[in-house]
Design a protein around this ligand. Structure first.
Ligand code: GLU
Length: 463
């Protein structure tokens, strides 16, 4: 049996987009489902736009999502010799040819076609045909190499997502496969790579569906086995327009920065264009066991930030407290707040149920490590002549506690309200405002217990 081999082939011209991350996820899950292999290839032949920084960001995003590759990263620019070898072989075999048209000639060709209302295409000037005499080779023009696309017949494939697709060869022209500088173009390099890397299933974005007929023809010209292709629909923003760099945070790392957990992202991304019944929350292992390449949506998915947040909140609730503490420490450090992860651990346990991201957790837990600024309205409403004496009593009682724990704190609060004839909220709310900087928190004794005693007392005495 053939081993299933999939790949993700990002171009390092920016960060890892959500769309590419989803394609990577499906490719990875499909390979894992079948006990196959997943290859990471960096398509860096656009030398002017490819950057090392982008490569690193892509690798970091893949790592964060846990999409481990069995091979790679393999860089196309390190394979130029191999492409040259294949091109030489194709020229020899007559399936590719050198074209000496200058850019000016191509422009003139295009203008004439447009003037005639025709589709823009290469006119075949240098295409060798039986009995045809080619122009004399100009001395000073560096040629490109073109693929000699079959002139007639259909190209068909059964797309894993879209179903059967057929294109007539008359629709497509002789594509440039090697530029004048010797660098191959995408459609050619991708075929040589998918062939050499024994890729059996190609998942990629919809935007490549028009490239596939050329690629299939090149595979055939090379007598290379064809992979199956699956073209995934675009991801739309919540406004219905295509997600793009300019529309919202579309890099994977931005979500890491914004306090999302990788397993939540993985879960959410996988549901964006694929389903397993009504399951919304599932583990990575379940995804792998279910993802067999079926139930992929044909229509575009819509990015739903509120749903992603909900999914993340579910994962935060279940996450290990020490792990959350480490993530919150990073978020706090970005605000200039140094927090000890060991101290943060019980705090995460107390607050995680109400927080959808680690950023929101950090918003809460900052009060334990940095001064708080209660709002003027809260102070005016809560810290009044009626409550101030009780606040002072409580500060004294807390200062006198031999042990600093929830039960002792609760005892002090109860004694204080008893002594001052107040109801619990009449003391608890002003205490929250002064110590936490906000009027609502989880149970006040549980919240106070996690503070350094001295901080609580000084904040209560600051009125
Ligand atoms: N480098 C291409 C891209 O990033 C890869 C397309 C493919 O998977 O064939 O869109």
């Amino acid at each position: 049996m053939t081993t299933i081999r999939t790949r993700i082939a990002p171009s390092p011209t920016g960060f890892l987009h959500l769309g590419t991350a989803r394609t990577a996820l499906y490719s990875w899950a499909y390979a894992r489902h079948h006990g196959g292999q997943f290859v990471l290839r960096i398509e860096d032949t656009d030398v002017a736009r490819s950057t090392q920084d982008s490569v690193e960001q892509i690798l970091a995003s893949m790592k964060w999502l846990g999409l481990d590759a069995d091979e790679g990263p393999i860089y196309q620019m390190q394979r130029l010799e191999r492409y040259q070898e294949v091109i030489d072989g194709m020229i020899e075999a007559g399936t590719a040819y050198r074209c000496y048209c200058t850019p000016e000639e191509l422009d003139a060709m295009k203008a004439a076609q447009e003037a005639r209302g025709e589709k823009r295409r290469y006119d075949g000037t240098w295409r060798p045909e039986a009995g045809k005499t080619l122009p004399a080779i100009p001395a000073d023009v560096k040629p490109v190499v073109r693929f000699k696309n079959p002139a007639a017949g259909d190209v068909s494939w059964d797309d894993l997502v879209k179903g059967p697709i057929t294109i007539n060869n008359k629709e497509i022209d002789d594509l440039i496969i090697q530029r004048t500088d010797g660098v191959p173009t995408y459609n050619f390099a991708v075929v040589v790579d998918d062939w050499d890397m024994r890729i059996t299933h190609v998942f990629r974005g919809d935007e490549h569906v028009n490239n596939t007929p050329w690629q299939i023809n090149i595979f055939n010209a090379l007598n290379a086995p064809l992979p199956r292709f699956g073209h995934l629909p675009v991801i739309l923003g919540d406004d219905g327009a295509k997600l793009s760099k300019r529309r919202g945070a579309v890099s994977v790392t931005a979500y890491e920065d914004d306090g999302y957990l990788p397993e939540a992202m993985l879960n959410y991304l996988s549901r964006l264009g694929w389903s397993h019944g009504d399951d919304e929350l599932f583990t990575r292992e379940q995804l792998v066991s279910w993802f067999d390449g079926t139930h992929l949506n044909k229509s575009p998915a819509q990015w739903d930030p509120a749903k992603l947040e909900w999914v993340n909140g579910q994962y935060i609730k279940q996450a290990d407290d020490a792990r959350l503490a480490a993530l919150v420490a990073v978020q706090l450090a970005k605000r200039g707040i140094t927090a000890d992860a060991a101290k943060l651990t019980p705090m995460c346990a107390l607050f995680k149920d109400r927080c959808a991201t680690t950023v929101v957790l950090a918003d809460w837990l900052a009060m334990y490590f940095a001064p708080v600024t209660p709002s003027a309205e809260d102070l005016a409403a809560q810290v009044t002549d009626a409550t101030k004496p009780a606040i002072a009593t409580l500060a004294d009682k807390l200062a006198g506690l031999a042990e600093w724990n929830k039960a002792a704190i609760q005892g002090a609060i109860k004694e204080t309200i008893g002594a001052h004839g107040l109801k619990m909220p009449q003391l608890a709310i002003p205490v929250r405002v002064l110590v936490c900087g906000r009027a609502q928190t989880p149970s006040v004794d549980a919240v106070l217990e996690l503070f350094d005693k001295e901080i609580v007392i000084s904040r209560l005495r600051a009125v």
